[in-house]
Design a protein around this ligand. Structure first.
Ligand code: NOJ
Ligand code: CA
Length: 546
């Protein structure tokens, strides 16, 4: 399968997020690796995705699972060699799968030689590559992100007897983007991977690049300048590649990351995600429609990226205090499930393993405006392990089969980088790829079909959205349109059957074709269009004038 050559390919993408170490171990050392992932590309192709996003795979002390990079232009030896990475890239491209990699611009590991030099003396030429201060009183208006671990954004360095700035863990010193040498160096790093052929970057933690006194040190104009400069160079030298922003911000603060179509191609829609879970729990469409109405228009070449879960806690930063309390009460009653401002659980356990709710949420993910990202393992309904620290409970080995180590590795079970999920409901004998492939009715088979349906039209990735406002507020209904194509999505957010009358006057004379079964529903007439939906049921209909 050749790669889609359209420069807007990311609009038609369905992205699969995966950490190399979690996926498949090819050499039996207990750690997933590039050759292992390469062997599983067929699985991903069959799933129907057309891009993968790889979490950081660079040399690292792994104190933040690789988001603490100690060298930017090679790979961690546990995952293989640079040649293994090249092979993976080539094989993915041969299968029509694009490869997006992670790039952490904001900070490095304290083990990075740049930081080692910088801290070695106040006169070292690299001193100014990081943000140093004689007091910890500067930038007081800045929030702390890893609230459960860090008390300050400054850390004392006993070697050079000064404080250094860090927005995340204290072992992740922030680079100094006021220094042109740093900006030059980071572009060099990005070009290294672009020249090798990667299709894009997820740029980590972009709101925090620059600090200024008297501000909250987030989303500053100076930060946007740095990012625009990277984009300018990308367009000049590597047209067709993509930048995806990790900016956990409110819609109004997110909008500038798209600028005039000259900063990011894509950005995660952080505020939408928790509101999908809220809408479901409240059995009310309001949280979802409200946030999408507050979401500003973005330039035509830009795209939102949507997700239900990822490798971090389900973040509750972009909700009000009341909404956060509600989310904690309903989705993380047990306090060990909470971390920082979020909930460290996977999709299936969050939804109490209710197949109907899992399907509905995936249906929303794939029909609301944007590019969906599926987190590895969620396509089979994997569980989590809240007894593992930090966010490790949602990063356990992929469950391929009910056999030895879930088919993930031939190592002794004690050597796996993390224990497998073992409990009776989510453990690998119960939840695994092999058994789900064998059953037409499994979640995995359902996901394959839905992805295929989604990919059968460009309307979901590129179309406009118009909400219908039926009196029944438990129903979320919208029409996606692109050129002559129109798709109506109707979602029942409630656990009881519902009837709804939809105002489809605009589409009078159209028939409705249900997209997964291709059956024809009655023609739209003068009267409101009546539909009934079972608990958590949803429909996608093509509207056709025949
Ligand atoms: C965001 C990443 O998603 C998270 O996993 C990481 O810990 C922080 N950025 C720091 O890099
Ligand atoms: Ca291995």
């Amino acid at each position: 399968m050749p790669l889609n050559q359209d420069v807007l390919w990311y609009k038609d993408a369905i992205i699969y997020q995966v950490h190399v170490r979690t996926f498949f171990d090819s050499n039996g050392d207990g750690i997933g690796d590039f050759p292992g992932l390469e062997q599983k590309l067929g699985y991903l192709q069959e799933l129907g995705i057309n891009a993968i996003w790889l979490m950081p795979f660079f040399p690292s002390p792994l104190r933040d699972d690789g988001y603490d990079i100690a060298e930017y232009t090679t790979v961690h030896s546990a995952y293989g060699t640079l040649d293994d990475f090249r092979k993976l890239l080539e094989s993915a491209h041969n299968r029509g799968i694009r490869v997006i990699i992670e790039m952490v611009l904001n900070h490095t590991s304290d083990q990075h030689p740049w930081f080692q030099e910088s801290r070695s003396s106040r006169h070292n030429p690299r001193r100014d590559w990081y943000v140093w201060s004689d007091t910890d009183e500067r930038y007081k208006g800045t929030r702390i992100i890893f609230l459960d671990t860090e008390k300050s954004n400054w850390a004392w360095d006993p070697i050079s007897k000064a404080y250094y700035w860090h927005r995340f863990f204290s072992h992740q010193p922030d680079l100094n983007y006021d220094n042109p040498a740093v900006r030059e160096q980071m572009w060099k790093v990005m070009s290294f991977w672009l020249e090798m052929g990667v299709d894009g970057f997820r740029l980590d933690a972009v709101p925090y690049l620059v600090e200024r006194e008297g501000t909250n040190c987030e989303n500053l104009p100076e930060t946007h300048e740095v990012l625009k400069d990277l984009r300018r160079r990308l367009d000049e030298q590597f047209p067709g590649r993509m930048l995806l922003a990790e900016a956990n911000q409110w819609p109004a603060d997110l909008r500038p990351y798209f600028a005039d179509g000259n900063e990011f191609h894509m950005a995660f829609h952080f505020p939408l995600m928790p509101r999908m879970f809220m809408g479901l729990k409240l059995e009310d469409r309001k949280p979802i429609t409200e946030i999408l109405q507050q979401t500003p228009e973005i330039p035509p070449s830009c795209q939102w990226s949507l997700f239900l879960r990822n490798h971090d806690e389900l973040t509750l930063e972009m909700v009000t205090d009341m909404e956060r309390d509600y989310m904690y009460d309903t989705y993380a009653e047990n306090k060990t499930m909470r971390l920082n401002l979020g909930i460290r659980r996977r999709l299936a356990p969050l939804l109490e393993n209710d197949r109907r709710r899992i399907e509905l949420m995936n249906g929303l993910l794939m029909s609301l405006p944007g590019t969906p990202i599926v987190y590895y393992g969620d396509e089979i309904g994997m569980g989590d392990n809240i007894n593992l620290g930090d966010r490790n409970g949602v990063r356990t080995p992929m469950q391929w089969s009910g056999g030895w180590n879930a088919g993930f590795s031939t190592a002794e079970p004690d050597r796996l980088y993390a224990p497998l999920i073992q409990n009776p409901v989510y453990g690998y004998p119960a939840v695994n790829v092999l058994s789900q492939l064998g059953s037409e009715h499994s979640l995995l088979r359902w996901m394959q079909r839905m992805i295929m349906v989604r990919a059968s039209t460009a309307v979901f990735g590129r179309g406009s959205i118009e909400f219908l406002r039926p009196a029944n507020h438990r129903i979320l209904a919208y029409v996606r349109r692109l050129g002559k194509e129109a798709v109506l999505a109707v979602n029942n957010l409630s656990g009881a059957a519902q009837a709804v009358e939809l105002d489809l006057k605009k589409y009078k004379g159209n028939i409705l074709i249900e997209m997964s079964g291709k059956n024809i529903f009655p023609r739209v007439g003068e009267q409101p269009y009546l539909l009934t939906l079972g608990p958590y049921q949803f429909f996608w209909f093509r509207l056709r004038r025949i």
